[in-house]
Design a protein around this ligand. Structure first.
Ligand SMILES: [Zn+2]
Length: 397
């Protein structure tokens, strides 16, 4: 006979299995759940009854009858819990509060003078206090997206060159302060996960995500699953594109990021422009996304010819990266995102053409190149999904 403990485990496994199936459906009835999961109709009825009782699942209507009674459709109740997502950027913190369906209940950007861990913790406390009426007792957890090498299992940012963080146990720092389950992941992994959840990845299985902005990040999905190593993967910004090229924040030379970050573009413009106005403006550029984007936009107004030549080289550099990625991963889907899309008219088509012309044609022909259509929200949506997945669908929580 099964022991009490193993019965409890079985109950939890069935509950999570059904909950995920209901969550991923767009309304599903009990008979279909039984068919899909292989559980007996009696077990499905019992577990669904329990989930309805705790308010996590609700009956939301009826489907067309195929004979007999009309099947009642089940959905996860989005308002049962909420999740706080945080993207730690260079010079800013982006907060989003969503319900279980990912609908945004509140969002806010905090501009930070210094993005040091202690200030991120206190800013998070302020947001939780500010939104306490919205959150009530419903906070399922906090998801954090941050650039660099992240050990998600331990909740530690091992190395973020952009933020100058090393071995920061940010998940523990936040969960200790605010008694909330906290998860941390690489920001581009979060961005990629958001596209699997809410984007247009559709049925593509092998996907490459590259984000272009103040830094250059990447993520890879193989057979529909993100390739997560905990040791850092998908650091596309640090592929070498030029031997003995520019010095990179990682200590190496000739990295893509050292040649094609916003800062690198601004520096290049400063060195070639004859405009004193632009040179002067350069001296006021700060190491933040907003400041660098502002400079590049102004450069296009003040000295368009120089700016265009810098973006021409940028198009080639990004094209080289895309070509390498296509040849290495043979993806069927490549998504390009990041703040550089503001300048897409100046480089994107050229970059994609370069990749198509220079990669193995059999591979290049099979790729769908796409651009981010979720926008800034994608950076936090992925880590929000990660919280939902971990807290609702993972056995042993
Ligand atoms: Zn590098």
């Amino acid at each position: 006979m099964a022991s009490k403990a193993s019965k409890e485990i079985m109950k939890e496994i069935n509950e999570k299995l059904l909950l995920r199936a209901i969550y991923e459906s767009d309304g599903i009835d009990r008979a279909s759940l039984a068919k899909m999961t292989g559980l007996s109709p009696a077990t499905v009825t019992k577990v669904v009854g329990d989930l309805i009782e705790i308010g996590l699942v609700e009956e939301t209507g009826v489907a067309d009858s195929t004979g007999g009674r009309k099947p009642i459709l089940l959905n996860v109740r989005p308002g049962k819990s909420c999740v706080l997502g945080l993207k730690i950027g260079v010079g800013y913190l982006d907060y989003s509060l969503t319900d279980l369906s990912g609908s945004v209940l509140a969002s806010e950007r905090k501009i930070m003078e210094n993005t040091v861990p202690e200030e991120v913790v206190s800013a998070t406390g302020e947001i939780l206090a500010k939104w306490s009426d919205l959150i009530g007792e419903r906070l399922l957890g906090i998801g954090i997206a941050v650039s660099g090498i992240v050990d998600s299992l331990r909740g530690v940012v091992k190395n973020s060159f952009l933020l100058d963080w090393k071995d920061v146990p940010i998940a523990r720092m936040i969960s200790a302060g605010y008694a909330a389950k906290t998860f941390v992941m690489n920001d581009v992994d979060s961005f990629a996960l958001a596209h699997f959840w809410k984007g247009n990845v559709d049925n593509h299985k092998n996907c490459v995500f590259i984000t272009l902005g103040i830094g250059i990040g990447g993520a890879v999905a193989i057979d529909g699953k993100l390739h997560l190593t905990g040791a850092g993967s998908g650091e596309f910004g640090h592929m070498t594109i030029e031997h003995n090229g520019n010095l990179c924040t990682c200590g190496s030379r000739g990295c893509l990021e050292a040649h094609a970050s916003f800062e690198a573009l601004a520096r290049k413009l400063f060195s070639i422009t004859a405009s004193n106005e632009l040179k002067e403006l350069y001296s006021s550029v700060r190491a933040t996304e907003t400041s660098e984007i502002h400079f590049l936009k102004r450069a296009l107004e003040i000295d368009r010819a120089s700016a265009e030549s810098v973006f021409d080289q940028y198009a080639t550099d990004i094209g080289i990266a895309l070509k390498n990625l296509v040849n290495i991963f043979a993806p069927d889907y490549v998504l390009i995102g990041g703040e550089a899309l503001e300048f897409s008219a100046l480089f994107l088509e050229k970059s994609i053409d370069y990749a198509k012309e220079n990669a193995f044609s059999s591979l290049a022909d099979a790729v769908k190149f796409d651009t981010d259509r979720i926008g800034e929200k994608a950076w936090t949506l992925g880590c929000i999904y990660r919280v939902i997945e971990s807290e609702l669908f993972t056995v042993g929580k």
